[in-house]
Design a protein around this ligand. Structure first.
Ligand code: GUN
Length: 293
């Protein structure tokens, strides 16, 4: 099989942002307040700076208000907790995120739990995770929601299919497995989650109708692991040094795209696949926070 289709996350994300912007323009025309997303950024990690900058730009594109609250690396837990409390109680802020990772002296779990789940547009709070797992209205974690949106917009049949998820992180592997398992469309899959202790990982991957790679291991998925006709979703975004780029790095996915793509029915590229969808999901969650469940 070599007539594979590229799942264009960049174009899909642009359409969704345009749809959101239109809805927000109507809200404003009706005299309603625009959605407002706040972001807390600690330190100067290059990846986090880029993500947060892109989130602020996406807010502008959607007609949202945005605020960026910065702290230096030496911020204390008390200072962060005070800011979270202030945002929890600020009626002008619909949702907010605390950009991860945080410095080692800060307990990420403690900070996440301090966020009011009704403003947790990242969907990381245990209440949102729990509500998602039993199918209640909630903020879904952004990357998994973006993957589901791509499957939906490309009309990919998922019912009864075997989905194999590589990786068990709390922000991608576990929640995408949960969403694919739900009795929903997209969803209704038989789901297998593989991780670093999985035996026979290649054999399991070869059984996948839908293969989701979220390990952060460049080029892990090779052609011998992919069933002809499979749908392959690459969540990897590892920065690998590249002297030919102005930035000094390029993004590398978890899939050996060149050799895997000809086997697939659909595949996401890196960059331009899942990545742009993540911020879109955050925008959708912020709009939902503004309107209410
Ligand atoms: N770090 C990496 N991805 C994310 C994300 O989706 N949200 C937050 N808050 N931090 C991240």
């Amino acid at each position: 099989m070599s007539d594979y289709k590229i799942i264009d996350g960049k174009a899909t994300a642009a359409s969704i942002k345009a749809e959101i912007a239109e809805e927000v323009a109507h809200m404003k025309a009706a005299g309603e307040r625009a959605p407002h997303l706040a972001a807390i950024l600690v330190g100067h990690d290059g990846g986090s700076e880029t993500y947060v900058k892109n989130k602020v730009l996406a807010c502008e594109a959607c007609g949202f208000e945005s605020s960026l609250i910065r702290f230096e690396e030496n911020v204390t837990e008390e200072e962060l907790l005070a800011t979270i409390e202030r945002l929890n109680n600020d009626p002008a802020v619909d949702g907010f995120i605390l950009q991860l990772p945080l410095p080692k002296h800060i307990d990420e779990q403690k900070m996440t739990m301090a966020i009011d789940w009704r403003k947790d547009v990242d969907g990381f709070h245990p209440i949102n995770v729990g509500r998602m797992s039993i199918g209640l209205p909630c903020f879904e974690s952004a990357t998994p929601a973006g993957i589901i949106e791509l499957l939906s917009r490309y009309g990919i049949e998922t019912k009864g299919k075997h989905a194999v998820v590589l990786g068990r992180s709390n922000i991608v592997g576990k929640p995408v497995a949960t969403l694919l398992l739900q009795k929903n469309q997209p969803g209704d899959c038989t789901v297998t989650v593989c991780h670093s202790a999985t035996q026979n990982i290649k054999d399991i991957c070869r059984q996948a109708d839908i293969l989701i790679a979220a390990l952060g291991h460049p080029g892990f998925v090779t052609a011998d692991m992919v069933k002809p006709g499979a749908v392959v979703i690459d969540v990897g975004t590892t920065r690998v040094p590249d002297a030919t780029r102005k930035s000094g790095f390029r993004l590398s996915g978890d899939v050996d795209f060149e050799n895997v793509a000809p086997l697939c029915s659909y595949i996401t590229p890196v960059p331009g696949g899942v990545g742009p969808m993540t911020i879109c999901s955050l925008m959708k969650n912020t709009l939902l926070a503004r309107k209410g469940f």
